[in-house]
Design a protein around this ligand. Structure first.
Ligand SMILES: Cc1ncc(COP(=O)(O)O)c(C=O)c1O
Length: 414
């Protein structure tokens, strides 16, 4: 009865902002979830790209259990060693240099300072505030922010304004002014938006980019385009913000996806994979950008609390000590090869373990529904894109099993 009860409670008392699938998961380990009947599902969603080390990773479990015995929340008025250690780890990871495949080959030596939040949207809000303070101090009050079409930056009003998809702009206006989007990978359009700002944005203080657009359908930015954006921002003294909420923490093989282009942004927003499923986000800023916000400018009651900091520190330490990046690179190539070989898949996009499979038949929704019956947790964007975001510890065998079951489902439904 527990599933029926969960469903009845949900229908009666929870806002219907998500269409739910008819399953309640009750436990999990690694890349596998179990429902209340003990049925196993291989997880290619990872709580929407969150459970980076897999479900109930012992390092995170132990860190959380230890912290549970000691203290949960004291607030940002006081020091917390885990919060500081995590921020130091983020600074070290953000300053890594990699090649175009994501192999670490040096450090820029930059120092990054972090602000901890509870979600991706909040991290982006923090990024906008840093960029606008920069505009106020260095650019005569410039406050415009340019993003890319098909981007997704969150569900708060400012992050919706930044999101370059009209479908999200219905009903909830007016939005904060100063945001506009231009087509991805079109450097001329971005130059035009920065050099001849419209009345809508006014003079521009920053650009925000996802190096691979996740929610929009797994659309990668060309590495040359990312480099051109860096040069454009340098030329005009404006902030380059990279939204690494979905792509961060080795999701693409590199610690952060911007490193694949060999550039350093000024401001980076993060969340999802940072704490293996414990709610946490961060915005980090480099050099002078890291000193833009001062006491009273920004805050969060829960952000960087004792439990989140313990989980985040354990997660990031383990991602590094297990050398997860090389596994993600190899497993990601394997996943892409298996997806490319499936019937009706016309293109596989993305990097590492963030992949999108384009179908030539509009059956993505049914594949996700029937995938559950076949013991697979899949995800779709629209009618014809499947998105794959498994825990980073997914095995080759689990990828093979998924590909076999998915191939059979496609044959059946197409
Ligand atoms: C790139 C990107 N930015 C921001 C967000 C918003 O994150 P959250 O749902 O944690 O607010 C998401 C969520 O999917 C995302 O993919």
């Amino acid at each position: 009865m527990s599933f029926e009860n969960a469903k009845a409670l949900d229908e009666a008392y929870i806002m219907h902002t998500f269409g739910r699938y008819p399953v309640e998961f009750v436990s999990g380990a690694g890349a596998v979830l179990l429902d209340e009947n003990g049925k196993q599902y291989i997880d290619f969603l990872a709580g929407i790209g969150v459970v980076s080390l897999g479900h109930r990773h012992p390092a995170v479990q132990q860190a959380l259990s230890r912290q549970l015995q000691r203290l949960w929340q004291s607030s940002n008025y006081f020091y917390d060693e885990n919060r500081g250690e995590l921020a130091k780890l983020l600074s070290e990871l953000l300053s890594k240099k990699t090649d175009e495949l994501g192999h670490i080959n040096g450090s820029t030596g930059s120092v990054w300072k972090s602000f901890f939040s509870n979600s991706g949207a909040e991290s982006n809000e923090g990024a906008f505030k840093v960029a606008r303070r920069w505009g106020e101090k260095r650019l005569d009050g410039a406050s415009g922010i340019i993003t890319a079409r098909k981007s997704f930056h969150g569900r708060t009003l400012a992050t919706l304004a930044a999101t370059g998809q009209d479908v999200f702009h219905k009903s909830f206006g007016p939005f904060p002014p100063g945001f506009a989007s231009v087509p991805l990978n079109d450097i001329d359009a971005m130059v035009e938006a920065v050099e001849h700002p419209t009345e809508e944005t006014g003079p521009v203080c920053g650009i925000m980019l996802e190096c691979i657009q996740g929610e929009g359908g797994v659309w990668p930015a060309d590495l040359d385009y990312v480099r051109d954006l860096r040069a454009l921002c340098d030329e005009h003294g404006i902030a380059l913000m990279v939204d690494e909420v979905q792509t961060g923490f080795f999701r693409t093989g590199a610690p952060f996806s911007f490193q694949l282009a060999g550039i350093e942004p000024d401001i980076v927003s993060m969340a999802k994979g940072i704490a293996d499923g414990f709610p946490m986000g961060a915005v980090a800023a480099r050099g002078e950008f890291g000193d833009m916000l001062v006491p009273g400018d920004h805050g969060s009651t829960f952000g960087g609390n004792a439990l989140a900091s313990a989980a985040g520190r354990a997660t990031v330490e383990t991602l590094i000590s297990e050398g997860i990046g090389s596994h993600v690179f190899a497993a990601g190539c394997h996943l892409a090869r298996r997806l490319e070989a499936l019937p009706h898949v016309t293109e596989v996009r993305g990097r590492g373990l963030l992949r999108g499979a384009q179908l030539d038949v509009p059956i993505a929704n049914e594949l996700v529904e029937q995938g559950l019956e076949a013991g697979l947790i899949l995800n779709h964007i629209g009618d014809s894109i499947l998105r794959f975001l498994p825990p980073l510890v997914i095995s080759y065998e689990q990828i093979d099993t998924m590909a076999e079951r998915l191939g059979a489902l496609i044959e059946k439904l197409a």
